[in-house]
Design a protein around this ligand. Sequence first.
Ligand code: MG
Length: 334
Amino acid sequence: MIRNIPLIIAGSFASLPLAAQDWRVHEMTRPHPATAPAVPTARADRPPPGAVVLFNGTDLSRWRSDDSLPARWIVGKGYFEARPGTGTLTTVDSFGDMQLHLEWAAPAAAKGAGQDRGNSGVFLMGRYELQILDSWRNDTYSDGQAGSMYGQHPPLYNAALPPGTWQRYDVFFRRPRFGAAGELTEPARVTVLHNGVPVQNSVVLRGPTTWLARAPYEAHPDRLPFGLQDHGHAVRFRNVWVRPLPEGDAPPPPLALRPFTDQERQTLAGRYGAATVADSAGRLWLDLGDGAMPLVAAAAGGFSIEGVDAAVEFEPGAVNTLVLTVGGVKIRWR
Ligand code: MG
């Protein structure tokens, strides 16, 4: 067990420079994820504990019209349906990163062709459309068929079922990130399963989805409602729920460092059993047998490996001893 640890450390050493503010490898203060109750396989489509259930089968209280009036779509037995001419149906709640499950059905009596058949859509954050379309034996441009991110990414497969059949989308959405000045720091990404088939695999969105155009990103809030499109077709929906996803904790400021002193470089360099500390290019390097890792000296005292939450101590004695503490475990080389 312990013998494997040096390999793991060496393997995680990357030659890429660390971002100005990033988590150190094996950072002990990095928060642990909350425990999520397991969802039995047979109930995978049902809202998991803690999910935001947006349709309970009977009313549209979690929805409103895009013009802020109460929802005017039709509620049937266990489903709701787009009422043509009433506009986008929008969630009352706002969301950022999320898992979204929804089930939809194109009108059973297929009418029209191309985009004019069973058309609706999920407007993530009101801007990024996951297309809903009757794509069962119905040709249209590929970046506008069911499962496409409209105008940007065709689906990987046509997973459409016949009109009138309940279909499901499972969406994993990572919202775009904007900096303090409104600049894009990270584009949105989305992964989509259509009827269980992966149709979008972590695709990067180029900006809001639009007809006939490419639109650039514009800064927007971190949480926004999502909408269902009224494209003039009586598309039905049921079992709509969201699991908001944790968006991660900001890493702490980087450790303040100081240069090694000449005396440290001279006295600490040497062999510690199978480990070697070398003095090169004005700093010390630790090699545990799998390549040299740069050591750093903390301004507050103590030594570490660059970018890693690990303490490196040198114990004076009859033989050179080096103690590496990582993950709360001390490993000795002597
Ligand atoms: Mg649409």
